[in-house]
Design a binder for this molecule. Structure first.
Ligand SMILES: Cc1cc2nc3c(=O)[nH]c(=O)nc-3n(C[C@H](O)[C@H](O)[C@H](O)COP(=O)(O)O)c2cc1C
Length: 213
């Protein structure tokens, strides 16, 4: 995990009526805790949508590696398609869907890179094979054969056989700063509950609205 601050979540958030919540990041934290207990795997998996050079949406899965009052952090190769798209248009949307809970959370907002110190700290926690993979993968670029990739992995494994593996310069994290968050929970007969939180800026107060399902 990065050097993020854990968010406290009182039990009423999970047991009571979630539409009464007034802090979306605390509510998110409570739902993630619930999902961590009930999802068979990857409760932190989320869809990340970016904007491509033609202005079209582009979406793929990534893993949430840190969340706190500032926002939602994931890590990737910055020369990948998503990295280039985020550098050109630093805005994103995230979607979490926890099937075991029938809950969905949507997040939208501007994106910034995490600090080098934060990325270094997280990279250091990864298994060595994954660290070597980060050096060997030119993520999203054409790959002539599986063998070519395996050769690159072997090359970096030999290069970093001894000692700690440094973080590749093109590998880091991005933080989505939420300006809108929506919580959805299924109810019988599709009369679902939806609440949306919006704020004009990261230091502005949240405004909550209930939405028709
Ligand atoms: C469950 C799941 C989690 C993933 N997590 C990450 C991740 O944290 N970072 C990442 O770069 N790619 C992750 N991937 C791979 C991405 O979905 C994607 O294939 C890759 O990042 C290249 O995307 P791009 O070409 O749009 O940049 C994950 C895939 C799955 C299915």
């Amino acid at each position: 995990m990065s050097d993020t601050v854990p968010i406290e979540h009182p039990s009423w958030l999970t047991t009571g009526d979630f539409t009464a919540a007034d802090d979306p990041l605390r509510l998110f934290s409570a739902w993630l805790k619930d999902a961590s207990a009930s999802e068979p795997r990857d409760p932190t998996a989320m869809t990340l949508a970016t904007v491509d050079p033609e202005g079209a949406p582009n979406a793929r899965m990534v893993l949430l590696k840190g969340v706190d009052e500032r926002g939602f952090v994931f890590y990737t190769n910055m020369d990948s398609k998503k990295g280039r798209e985020l550098d050109a248009h630093p805005v994103a949307a995230l979607v979490f869907h926890w099937k075991s809970l029938n809950r969905q959370v949507r997040v939208r907002g501007p994106v910034e890179r995490v600090s080098d110190a934060e990325a270094d700290a997280y990279f250091a926690t990864r298994p060595k094979q994954a660290q070597i993979g980060a050096w060997a993968s030119k993520q999203s670029q054409p790959l002539e054969s599986r063998l070519a990739f395996e050769k690159a992995v072997a090359l970096y494994a030999a290069k970093f056989a001894v000692g700690a593996v440094p973080r590749p310069p093109n590998w880091s994290g991005y933080r989505v700063l939420p300006l809108a968050m929506e919580f959805w929970h299924d109810r019988p007969f599709r009369l679902h509950d939806r609440i949306e939180f919006r704020r004009a800026a990261v230091d502005a107060p949240w405004v909550k609205t209930r939405l028709y399902p």
